[in-house]
Design a protein around this ligand. Structure first.
Ligand code: CP
Ligand code: NVA
Length: 309
């Protein structure tokens, strides 16, 4: 696998399978109280321009459980590209730490950090992609269903960063993926084209449609995310109007297969993209999904920061 993890294009299907196995074994060890001090003495810098609960806590706890240490740098601490150039920030950090997680607005910011850093850079979400989320979500599906190839995942909502990473992950792993979005909220055509190209190798079918009921019909997984992502707050009122009819509610869940799994990367805006009834209902695996952020990201850290990496 590549030295950096910026999008899901940085891993092969074989890398993904290896990460699933490693995450499962680390999860079992954690559950049984078996020490797994694989990153002793290693330090991770975590540079965040946006808020976070799951990504921050899971990377930080993960480093602790692996015997290493994480340093959280809040938006006001670094001000990437403002207090000093991104290049200079990278060339400082690489002298002290063994890896960097970065959550930025612009996707190019994380790419530039990686370009100038000799230590691995992990994308902890940008406006363009959220690859750790989908890596972890694919692990949750692999764990619950035994494999992911051939699953039918329908994403109801915005063609956003999470959707982009889903397109890449689905294409790589042979997952059939349909986005149902309102007109005007389609994914980036370049990301779609790249994913379609990759899907030729895996057999994944990728589609973008505008009818949520059609997308939900027969789906194995119904996935949603907020309609207003971080940084889009001033579009909130318009988006609330535009996404009417795209709420994941019981009627939509009833269209899917009887064993459908409901997923959401969280945070949820309850009452907007998902109802309480569905999020707290029997088909929902959202908190298992959140737990697995920890286990899979530990596997990623071991692969990227561990000796022999
Ligand atoms: N899903 C996710 O990345 O959550 P946070 O924004 O809380 O990190
Ligand atoms: N699309 C959301 C994902 C949050 C994890 C956002 O970017 O805010």
């Amino acid at each position: 696998m590549n030295r950096h993890f910026i999008t899901l294009d940085d891993v092969t299907p074989g890398d993904m399978e290896g990460l699933f196995d490693l995450a499962a074994s680390l999860k079992a060890k954690q559950g049984q109280g078996v020490p797994h001090i694989l990153l002793q003495g290693k330090t991770l810098a975590m540079v965040f321009e946006k808020p976070s609960l799951r990504t921050r806590v899971t990377f930080e706890v993960g480093m602790t459980q692996l015997g290493g240490h994480a340093i959280y740098l809040a938006p006001a601490d670094i001000r990437l590209g403002q207090r000093e150039t991104v290049q200079d920030a990278a060339r400082n950090l690489e002298r002290w730490v063994d890896g960097i997680v970065a959550r930025t607005f612009s996707h190019q910011m994380v790419e530039r950090l990686a370009l100038h850093s000799r230590v691995p850079v992990i994308n902890g979400l940008t406006d363009g992609h959220h690859p750790v989320e989908i890596l972890c979500d694919l692990f949750s599906l692999w764990e619950k269903r035994g494999s992911v190839a051939g699953l039918r995942v329908s994403f109801i909502g915005d063609g956003n960063n999470v959707c982009h990473s889903w397109l890449q992950g689905a294409a790589k792993m042979g997952v059939h993926f349909t986005l149902a979005c309102p007109p005007g909220y389609e994914p980036d055509p370049a990301v779609m084209a790249g994913a379609q190209e990759e899907a030729k190798g895996s057999g994944a079918r990728l589609a973008v449609i505008h009818d949520p009921r059609e997308a939900a019909r027969g789906a194995d997984v119904l996935y949603t995310d907020v309609w207003t992502s971080m940084g889009q707050e001033e579009e909130h009122a318009k988006r609330l109007r535009d996404f009417q009819g795209f709420q994941l509610d019981r009627a939509l869940v009833d269209q899917a297969g009887p064993d459908v799994l409901v997923m959401h990367c969280l945070p949820a805006h309850r009452g907007e993209e998902i109802t309480d009834e569905v999020m707290d209902g029997p088909r929902s695996i959202v908190f298992d999904q959140a737990e697995n952020r920890l286990h899979m990201q530990k596997a990623l850290l071991v692969r990227l920061l561990g000796s022999g990496s």
